[in-house]
Design a protein around this ligand. Structure first.
Ligand code: UD1
Ligand code: CA
Length: 466
């Protein structure tokens, strides 16, 4: 069984950042997590991640991702190891830091860089298969690039055999003209790798231990080194600068949108639509221009998501319409409901079937019953609303007394008049009605009409600034 190593200790100087490179995000996920996904899919025995810069954060991100994947797939997943490379002295040095751990393993080890987020697990599988079929000690994945600047060049002998890999900074003009490059993805026999590590040196332009030197060391010691020329340069692109980060964001985004369109989702304007990798959307749903959908969001069939809307971690059933300019997070919207325009839903808002949440309405941590409507300018927080309730414009659940939050309960069939203040904790009994401008401070029994304002001055506030 294969083991996998992810190199993720570098700072990424070219990012010009205080943050470790592999923690920078594309498509809503840190780079290292994308790589973890590809590694996890391969079901290796173990995944060893080399960490250095912001080691704790990188470890947490990688661990969380593996945890999420394990939960999603209902399996334990590979054993995870994190090895600290305290000082970053090159990719070869990164592997050397895991020497002890590697000594306990045998068989093939796939090594890949934590800054190449588009790598597919199928490609890693092919690499491992080629490696064992050819009985290689090392198999180096390569691609041909139109512009190979920055990558290590692969130098082959006249018969195509691997000779060596030369880093950009060490290459002669002839070598720089070579378009075949190393992409920081390898498969090694662990024993042969460990032997070769002893022969590495830092006689190069950067004074670093280059992992790219290892295959050459192996070849010169009579080991078998193979090359696997891959056809997609895009898939193995590494991120070194923020320009490449933005470029990668666009590529990953396009890949996701194509996947959704092929699965029956209408994306009116792919150029302005941002949908993260884990989002699921059902057939015949229409996503209008300038929409952002993030996190673990699930949207059903026959829905419409109108423009300038942002959705994050939402669960939306079938036939739901989200009108323009709504911002919705961590919420659930049930079948046939309509939300927006300019609606704000958050912290576990749960909107019932065929309910209507309209213009400038905010719903926080509240359950809204079936067919219930709050159409204009309303705040519903920490509230439970029954079925077929109507909330008039300007209604507020006054849930905060300055210290604690309190609940409002509105039972089935209630009609709340415009501008009603519901001072929580309070309950409005079923089929009751409040008049416009009412301030409700006490529970209202069922089938009642409540009107008026009970403002009573109790005492003067003291200790306040004059
Ligand atoms: C590396 C390769 C280059 C290849 C390119 C492909 C070497 C010497 N060069 O160059 O041939 O074309 O990748 O993308 O290997 N890292 C550590 N510890 C370190 C240094 C780096 O863990 O001491 C990690 C980084 O976090 C990163 C990965 O290794 O994830 C690659 O390092 P990076 O500095 O980006 O290498 P490149 O210069 O891109
Ligand atoms: Ca790189």
């Amino acid at each position: 069984m294969t083991d996998i190593m992810i190199l993720a200790a570098g700072l990424g100087t070219r990012m010009k950042s205080q943050r470790a490179k592999v923690l920078h995000e594309v498509a809503g996920l840190p780079l290292v997590c994308h790589v973890m996904r590809a590694a996890f899919k391969l079901s290796p025995a173990s995944i060893i991640t080399i960490v250095g810069h912001q080691a704790e954060e990188v470890e947490r991100a990688a661990r969380d991702e593996a945890g999420r994947l394990a939960e999603k797939e209902g399996r334990a997943g590979p054993e995870l190891h994190f090895v600290l490379q305290a000082e970053q002295r090159g990719t070869g040095h990164a592997v050397m830091s895991a020497r002890e751990l590697l000594a306990d393993l045998s068989g093939p080890l796939i090594i890949l860089a934590g800054d190449g987020p588009m790598i597919k697990s199928e490609t890693l599988t092919r690499l491992a298969e080629t490696h064992s079929a050819e009985r290689n000690d090392a198999t180096v994945l390569t691609v041909c690039m139109d512009d190979p600047t920055g990558y290590g060049r692969i130098i082959r002998a006249g018969d195509g055999r691997f000779l060596r890999c030369v880093e950009q900074k060490d290459a002669s003009p002839e070598e720089l003209a070579v378009r075949e490059v190393a992409v920081s993805i390898y498969c090694f026999e662990i024993k042969a790798l460990l032997d070769a590590l002893d022969f590495m040196n830092t006689d190069n332009a950067q004074g670093e231990y280059y992992l790219t030197e290892v295959p050459q060391i192996m070849a010169s010691r009579g080991k078998r080194v193979g090359l696997l020329l891959h056809d997609s340069a895009e898939e193995v692109m590494g991120i070194n600068t923020r320009i490449e980060l933005a470029d990668m964001e666009r590529k990953l985004r396009e890949r996701k949108l194509i996947e959704l369109m092929l699965a029956g989702v209408t994306i009116v304007d792919p150029a302005t639509t941002y949908i993260h990798q884990d989002v699921e959307i059902g057939e015949d749903t229409i996503v209008h221009p300038q929409v952002i959908i993030e996190g673990a969001s699930r949207i059903g069939r026959d829905c419409a998501v109108q423009s300038w809307t942002r959705l994050k971690n939402v669960e939306i059933s079938d036939r739901v319409t989200i009108r323009n300019s709504s911002v919705i997070e961590d919420s659930r919207i049930r079948e046939g409901a309509t939300v927006g325009p300019f609606a704000r839903l958050r912290m576990g808002a749960d909107i019932g079937e065929k309910a209507g949440i309209g213009n400038f309405v905010e719903v926080k941590k509240s359950k809204i019953g079936r067919g219930t409507k709050a159409s204009h300018l309303t705040y519903l927080g920490d509230a439970t609303l029954g079925d077929h309730v109507n909330i008039g414009a300007g209604t507020v659940t006054c849930n905060y007394d300055g210290v604690r939050k309190h609940e409002t309960i509105i039972e089935d069939g209630v009609k709340i008049g415009s501008d009603t203040m519901l001072v929580a904790p309070v309950r409005v009994g079923r089929d009751s009605v409040t008049g416009a401008g009412t301030v409700v401070t006490k529970d209202i029994p069922p089938d009642s009409l409540a009107v008026g304002v009970p403002a009573v001055v109790k005492k003067k506030l003291t200790g306040k600034k004059q």
